[in-house]
Design a binder for this molecule. Structure first.
Ligand SMILES: [Fe+2]
Ligand SMILES: [Fe+2]
Length: 272
């Protein structure tokens, strides 16, 4: 594994099968849409989720969308890709027994994805799907550390009980942190460098050159902790970063109102 010594991490999780198939297919510029539909239709959970998403408050179609092909052409290839990766990644968050903290981490990931997409809609429409996907997987390193490091559950519990900063405690106790591990997973999955960088810097946005994505994620991550969706402490001055992405507090208040509505209708798509 990479240049940092992660000797405590024995193995990284493989990319979920269906996500790999979809990514491989889409890499071919002449891919067939029918083939994409065929791959996805084999997974009942993802099929249902795509239908629900197409009919959700965020996409609100004029008429109800009732079949998969219709739903997929309405949402578009990029949205499908991020949904498939997101949903298939869910299993990596709930290995074994699901406790309160697992549940909170997953809710935090789903909420961060939805919030990041809503913020990005006002910043750069071309990047909304990347924002969604990055929101969903930004803390994947936490799951990988849970699977590999003894006593990591105690670290999470302490962060949760005392609202500590997770990154600091990881650096102190383990010697590396979930942002670094998450970035290694992105590399292992052959995700673009952009993803590796944004995951690596989601707590240190000033170190990234991918300003809009990293700050959108940073703001979403912090506001959700402020709203109580997530565990641990956060930077209370995060709204000062709004100007980095060209937004002000008034825009942000509107986004938060929209979030409440969209989150209510979409979170069941991702229920554990
Ligand atoms: Fe994080
Ligand atoms: Fe987070």
């Amino acid at each position: 594994m990479g240049h940092i010594s992660y000797e405590k991490i024995k193995e990284l999780p493989p990319m979920p099968q269906i996500a790999k198939k979809v990514i491989d297919l889409l890499e071919d510029p002449d891919f067939s849409f029918a083939e994409l539909v065929r791959i996805i239709s084999k997974d009942a959970n993802i099929t249902v989720a795509i239908l629900k998403l197409a009919n959700s408050a965020f996409y609100s179609p004029k008429n109800e969308i009732v079949n998969l092909t219709q739903a997929m052409s309405y949402l578009g290839v990029k949205a499908i890709k991020s949904l498939v990766i997101s949903l298939s990644t869910k299993s990596l968050f709930n290995h074994g027994r699901v406790n309160l903290i697992d549940q909170k981490l997953w809710e935090h990931s789903v909420a961060t994805a939805i919030m990041s997409r809503l913020i990005m809609l006002k910043v750069d429409k071309k990047l909304v799907e990347e924002a969604f996907l990055l929101g969903l997987i930004h803390d994947l390193g936490v799951s990988v550390m849970k699977m590999n490091i003894d006593n990591y559950d105690d670290i999470l519990q302490e962060v949760f009980n005392e609202k500590l900063n997770l990154l600091d405690l990881e650096n102190d106790r383990v010697g590396f942190n979930h942002a670094q591990v998450g970035s290694e997973v992105m590399k292992y999955w052959n995700m673009p460098e952009l993803y590796q960088d944004v995951v690596l810097n989601h707590h240190t946005p000033e170190n990234s050159e991918n300003t809009s994505l990293v700050y959108v994620l940073y703001i979403a991550n912090n506001v959700l902790k402020e709203l109580g969706i997530g565990i641990g402490g956060y930077n209370e001055n995060f709204t000062e970063c709004l100007e980095k992405i060209g937004l002000d507090l008034e825009n942000f208040e509107e986004i938060k109102v929209m979030f409440t509505e969209v989150y209510k209708s979409e979170k069941e798509l991702f229920a554990i």
